[in-house]
Design a protein around this ligand. Structure first.
Ligand SMILES: [Ca+2]
Ligand SMILES: [Ca+2]
Length: 471
């Protein structure tokens, strides 16, 4: 097969909303796979040359024994690869978007998989268009489907799209930040409609490329009727500023590219390290291929700086079922009232304990000077156990306060007394969503020592110094 080989053409069809939401959810996987096999729309999948590695994944469940040998053979880089989903404009197709945008060549050069979605009636359910089509499930099914064929990085699944497909990209960033790592709309600013329900579950990188002379989605925004649907667009700048606001960006945007009339600006200082960008490119309401810069290559430069903290880095080893997070307490944000003594028997040689004389038995310390704050990320939702590796010398030195995220503080008193490091399970469990969380430890009785934290959705009892720390 040649450089632009179409290694796999498979056909996908979204279900129409012909059954209730509850029924849909109860049969989600079967429905999607049944529909994928029912073959009625096209999904074009392009893989860079040499990415022939495949999984065997019977019934959607992975085990290491099934997968590891397959992955170590025929895998040029030995690494999971990113995925970019590219969506056509209203009235466009997967095929003409593949041939017209240059994404295949960018995927070849940068070693990622690109998939071109095909909307029902060449449309997408966003901003008043195609309201009865479940495109969200369809788009996720594409990613999941690729994951059964290629060793992908689930934390690097990106979405891009042109015109209404760009609108869908905005909408996915607004509503599906748990699935997509970042979004890159082209020639489509936020509409009032999309903006009104935009509430990303986490900071998410979004960059738009707008056509300077676009007569339809104009730089200055405005009201447009297409396909019988009327939308009011924010201006390109207002859309850019809105994404900066949603992501807590500070300072002024940096100009990262100027070439002829083309400029790309990005906010570099946003929550969780994401970026927000706007490129104003020489072109109209088109694929911007004639702009004088390579639009897909520059879009990839933006997308590739982002990962999704709620997803595993490797579909083959981080399938998201068993989660084990190990945190060195001394590597958290340690308040000024705490000390970090060396101890050769502690994990990583250091532990944490509050300075002698500090006690807070009635309520948790009110200020962060009394806390150890530990950020963590889990790849799957569920009930999580918390273990601490502690030394508790006596009944007046055997307790902490614990809190997950912004929840209430819980006392942990009467930690089993021990003069050597011991793993102890907290009786409180936490229901965590996939994504980022924060465990905070507050001091309660001095002389209580804590070396390490283990957070897991398994029933494993830790031993020794535990696993490799995640922090
Ligand atoms: Ca006590
Ligand atoms: Ca430690």
């Amino acid at each position: 097969m040649g450089n632009n080989n179409l290694l796999s053409e498979f056909i996908a069809r979204r279900h129409h909303a012909s059954y209730s939401s509850a029924e849909y959810h109860s049969h989600r996987a079967d429905r999607i796979w049944g529909q994928l096999r029912s073959l009625s729309g096209t999904l074009l999948l392009h893989r860079f040359p040499g990415s022939g590695e495949q999984h065997s994944q019977p019934n959607g469940r992975r085990t290491k024994s099934q997968l590891s040998p397959a992955h170590s053979r025929g895998l040029p880089s030995g690494q999971p690869v990113p995925v970019v989903l590219v969506l056509h404009p209203l009235g466009g197709t997967a095929s003409n978007t593949q041939s017209g945008t240059g994404w295949d060549a960018t995927a070849d050069a940068n070693r990622f998989v690109v998939a071109y979605g095909q909307g029902i009636s060449n449309s997408w359910n966003v901003s008043g268009h195609s309201p009865n089509v479940d495109d969200v499930s369809y788009l996720k099914a594409i990613g999941d489907s690729i994951s059964t064929r290629v060793r992908i990085a689930p934390n690097r699944i990106y979405i891009a799209g042109y015109s209404l497909g760009g609108g869908m990209s905005h909408h996915m960033a607004c509503t599906q930040a748990g699935y997509f790592a970042a979004a890159h709309p082209f020639i489509f600013h936020l509409t009032q409609n999309i903006n009104s329900t935009c509430a990303p579950s986490r900071p998410i990188g979004v960059q738009e490329f707008a056509g300077i002379s676009d007569p339809l989605v104009r730089l200055q925004g405005g009201t447009v009727t297409v396909g019988g649907v009327t939308n009011t667009f924010l201006s390109a700048q207002a859309s850019f500023q809105r994404w900066a606001q949603l992501n807590g960006c500070t300072g002024s945007p940096t100009t990262v590219l100027t070439s002829g009339n083309n400029t790309i600006q990005q906010y570099m200082s946003c929550n969780s390290g994401v970026r927000v960008g706007l490129g104003q490119l020489n072109g109209g309401h088109d694929f911007l291929i004639g702009s004088g810069i390579n639009p897909s290559a520059n879009a990839w430069s933006f997308l590739s700086t982002h990962t999704n903290p709620g997803q595993p880095a490797d579909a083959c080893t981080g399938g998201g079922t068993d989660v084990n997070v190990w945190l060195e307490t001394e590597r958290g944000t340690v308040g000024s009232l705490w000390t970090r003594p060396n101890d050769s028997t502690a994990s990583s040689g250091v532990y944490a304990t509050v300075a002698v004389g500090n006690n807070s038995t009635a309520s948790a310390p009110a200020s962060s000077s009394g806390w150890i704050t530990l950020p963590l990320s889990v790849s799957t939702s569920g009930t999580y156990n918390v273990w601490l590796r502690t030394k508790a010398p006596d009944a007046n030195g055997d307790s902490f306060w614990l809190r997950m995220d912004d929840g209430s503080w819980t006392t942990w008193n009467n930690i089993p007394l021990s003069s050597s490091w011991t793993w102890n399970q907290f009786t409180t469990t936490y229901n965590l969503s996939a994504g980022n969380h924060t465990l905070t430890i507050g001091y309660r009785e001095d002389h209580t020592q804590v070396d390490k934290v283990y957070i897991t959705n398994t029933a494993t009892t830790p031993s020794g110094t535990g696993g490799t720390p995640n922090n």
